[in-house]
Design a protein around this ligand. Structure first.
Ligand code: RNT
Ligand code: ZN
Length: 412
């Protein structure tokens, strides 16, 4: 179907496709660096990942150096319509030196910042509280040992400074997201003490004020991880309270709740008490498995809530998945485009009509409209978006992805 016919079909429902395309073009997605190399990073030291972070598979083509990762990212951004962001983890530093986590500075990330500037990308950042000998017990900021806590507090402080410098250099606030793997495999005797320690450590990390135009703090909760099944110190309740009291962003990772919970439903609930939200859009399968996101109901509902509750202006959309059983670049491209496709569908919904039906308790019309609009020609509007943004779609996309995978297949 041509775009003009699609435009008319949507107009028939009172929906302006031009308006939707304009809004979609203005929504940046923060693509996570760690899909490109199975969350390995570029430190010379290495420890166990911890807290249930596990990439499975050994598909050929893993990026082994910052240059390889940047080449892969540049290829992917070239197939993702619009202007986006890169979400870097602290273990992805690019330097000849080997600073420990409590020694990192902005200079160790300068090549990333130069590259982001060159590519027109915003940057987001994360302290790395895993894959390090001082995290092997799955205790970092809540560790009973003050020395270990102090080490990680220093790491956290430095990432905030680096994030602020990144934000200043690129002219767009850098979200610095704190996730720690802390927890216990078996039932603890004391859940309060580690939570108090985590709270105090977070306070220490965030004690120095930072300019919101340069960086924003976010905290990410989790339900459980492999090896910390009995108790996660940074649970949802812990961080929801913390974020509300301290004015940080709350990061909702779609894999970090009970499998039957609807994470989209949480947006409007927490938005009443928070200024801003960070999303880690992910696809848990039976657990926090971080599968590549599909254009499935969970993602569509997330996008619907962002639009319906008018939260796009204060939600930072980040992605969090990693799959090493398929082409890593294809995973990035497909997952990121799916988030955009979900947003496009939400932007193309006849919200006034749906809301009117709901508010008059006419649930029949709400259902009929919701189901009938599933037949609208979204594909033609998406194709138009890709065309205008100069990126491939459909079968041309498959060819591009395969050719690039062939290029990286020989990496050792
Ligand atoms: C872990 C969290 C966290 C990580 C990244 C690598 O369960 O989801 O966001 O995936 O920091
Ligand atoms: Zn996450």
């Amino acid at each position: 179907m041509s775009y003009d016919s699609a435009k008319a079909a949507f107009a028939d429902w009172g929906v302006d496709t031009e308006e939707a395309l304009k809004r979609l073009a203005g929504i940046p997605i923060s693509m996570h660096c760690w899909q490109g190399d199975d969350v390995v990073g570029f430190e010379t030291r290495s420890g166990r990942s911890g807290g249930g972070i596990q990439a499975t598979g050994n598909h050929p083509g893993r990026a082994r150096t910052p240059d390889e990762l940047r080449a892969d990212l540049a290829f992917c951004y070239g197939l993702i319509p619009g202007n986006h962001r890169l979400n870097l983890h602290a273990c992805y530093l690019d330097t000849d030196q080997s600073p420990d986590r409590d020694e990192i500075t902005f200079s160790h990330f300068a090549p990333w910042v130069d590259w982001a500037k060159d590519q027109g990308l915003g940057l987001d950042f994360n302290p790395t509280f895993f894959a390090h000998e001082k995290a092997d017990d799955n205790l970092t900021l809540s560790h009973p040992d003050q020395g270990i806590r102090d080490f990680w507090i220093e790491h956290g402080k430095r990432t905030r400074e680096i994030a602020a410098q990144m934000g200043a250099a690129l002219g767009t606030p850098c979200v610095n997201n704190i996730w720690v793997p802390d927890g216990y495999k078996d039932t603890p005797i004391d859940r309060m003490a580690p939570r108090r320690r985590l709270e105090h450590a977070l306070d220490a990390i965030m004690a120095a004020p930072q300019d919101k135009a340069q960086m924003r703090d976010a905290v990410e909760s989790k339900l459980f991880g492999i090896g910390v099944e009995a108790c996660t110190i940074g649970s949802h309740e812990f961080y929801l309270g913390y974020a509300i009291r301290k004015g940080t962003l709350l990061c909702l990772d779609m894999g970090h709740f009970h499998p039957t919970e609807n994470v989209a439903d949480k947006l409007s609930a927490v938005a009443l008490s928070l200024d801003e939200i960070l999303l880690h859009v992910s696809r848990p399968m039976r657990w926090d498995s971080d599968h590549v996101i599909l254009l499935d109901d969970a993602i569509l509902q997330m996008a619907q809530e962002l639009v319906s509750a008018d939260l796009l202006g204060r939600t930072h959309i980040g992605l969090d998945f990693f799959d090493a059983t398929i082409s890593r670049t294809a995973a990035w491209v497909i997952g990121t485009r799916n988030m955009q496709k979900a947003l496009l569908r939400a932007l193309l919904a006849p919200w006034d009509r749906l809301r009117a039906a709901e508010n008059t308790l006419d649930y029949t019309s709400r259902l009929v409209v919701s189901e009938e609009i599933k037949d609208l020609p979204y594909a033609a509007v998406w194709a138009e978006f890709c065309d205008r943004m100069g990126v491939a779609q459909g079968q041309a996309l498959i060819g591009d992805l395969q050719r690039y995978q062939q290029k990286v297949v020989g990496r050792g």
